[in-house]
Design a protein around this ligand. Structure first.
Ligand SMILES: [Zn+2]
Length: 396
């Protein structure tokens, strides 16, 4: 009677370990671990508060080293500086009632810092209804309060206004605003951040390079409010690491070189990728294609290829691989746009596309872009499509 459990165990092992599904599952677990880690509170939203972006760069360079990627600069890093307006602490009270940051209000990314108490409409407090410009600023304006019924969409401020500026949800407003008190602390200063780049050398044609990139930065924190940036773009960063892991294995070493770049400061206006194209670590003319990954945690509605119209061969290859293997529902294309890190490359004449997934995820640039809310159920298909594409892009 002892053989039965053995037989069952054998079946079980055969099912799981004998199929390629098992190998694929390991990819998903590896990527998921990086997605969860990078979007955890310990990385402070990978922005400009508490050194979040620098912590993420450290994490990535350690992973690049572990995978054995070749560094093209000191410790895989390409540092640069940028000025950013940030908020360590934000507090707003209306009629003596404290509002909840991130839910009831957001401080405008370019708001001034400061504090004031007992502001009244026309006396220090300026009301801007639904984003309309206020008729008058009144005496000694200190705080502009914009009311909105739109979803909050936060960003990174590269400038600082002389006045404090806050957006408040209409639902959170008292019937009549009689008094406002605020305290916004933070800094407007220069930060040093870094792109993280590592190479897998091609066997046959090492001088021809495909760049696979994803921005790893996000919006950071607004006071106590965390912007985890799980889909945007811990997902693309995790996928980049998984592709780097795949191609750094001896049996998958590519014919052409692959340069993996995790870009910094994308959310501040494509600053890291702009810096790279003006200070390239490899000659730009050797880059046959840039494949930029951003917002990779969806997929139930397919995949979009930005600049797929101009880069028709890249689009057609993605589309035909997708149809032949039934990876995703569809692959769509649209014209070029300055909406992610592929764009500065296109401005320098380097062929570049930006792929993002469609469906599943609704949170965008808000505190709800959390790892726990992502299923990532199309991970295998997304990975499979992009791996096949990378394998075939330069084949005759
Ligand atoms: Zn993004």
């Amino acid at each position: 009677m002892k053989s039965a459990p053995f037989n069952y165990a054998f079946l079980f092992l055969g099912l799981f370990f004998g199929s390629s599904q098992w190998l694929l599952a390991q990819n998903a677990a590896y990527a998921r671990r990086h997605l969860d880690t990078l979007s955890s509170a310990a990385f402070h939203g990978r922005g400009y508060v508490a050194g979040g972006q620098q912590l993420a760069a450290d994490y990535l360079l350690r992973e690049f080293a572990q995978l054995g990627l070749q560094a093209l600069s000191d410790n895989y890093l390409q540092p640069f500086k940028l000025e950013v307006n940030s908020f360590d602490s934000v507090y707003l009270r209306l009629n003596k009632q404290a509002l909840v940051p991130g839910t009831d209000f957001v401080v405008h990314p370019m708001s001034g810092h400061g504090q004031a108490q007992k502001l009244k409409p026309g006396k220090g407090l300026v009301l801007a209804e639904n984003g309309k410009q206020p008729k008058e600023m009144g005496k000694n304006p200190r705080l502009i309060l914009e009311t909105t019924d739109q979803k909050f969409t936060w960003s990174v401020g590269r400038d600082q206004w002389p006045l404090a500026y806050v957006e408040v949800r209409k639902k959170a407003l008292p019937p009549k605003i009689k008094r406002a008190d605020f305290y916004f602390s933070g800094s407007y200063k220069s930060h040093t951040v870094a792109n993280v780049a590592g190479l897998v050398r091609g066997i046959k044609h090492p001088d021809s390079i495909i760049v696979i990139c994803a921005h790893y930065d996000h919006l950071g924190r607004m006071g106590s409010v965390l912007f985890p940036g799980a889909n945007d773009n811990a997902s693309g960063t995790a996928l980049l690491l998984d592709l780097a892991r795949h191609y750094s294995q001896p049996q998958h070493q590519p014919d052409y070189s692959l340069l993996f770049i995790a870009f910094a400061a994308e959310e501040a206006g494509l600053v890291g990728s702009n810096y790279f194209v003006n200070h390239p670590l490899v000659p730009l003319k050797r880059i046959s294609l840039v494949l930029n990954l951003d917002l990779m945690a969806g997929g139930s509605e397919g995949m979009m290829v930005v600049n797929g119209e101009a880069q028709s061969r890249a689009f057609q290859l993605l589309d035909s691989l997708n149809r032949a293997n039934s990876y995703l529902k569809n692959v769509q294309k649209r014209a070029n746009a300055a909406n992610s890190d592929h764009y500065p490359f296109t401005q320098k004449g380097v062929p570049a596309i930006f792929v993002y997934t469609l469906g599943d995820v609704t949170a965008y640039h808000d505190p709800n872009d959390r790892s726990e809310s992502l299923q990532w159920q199309h991970y295998h298909q997304i990975f499979g499509l992009l791996r096949s594409f990378t394998d075939q892009w330069q084949q005759p």
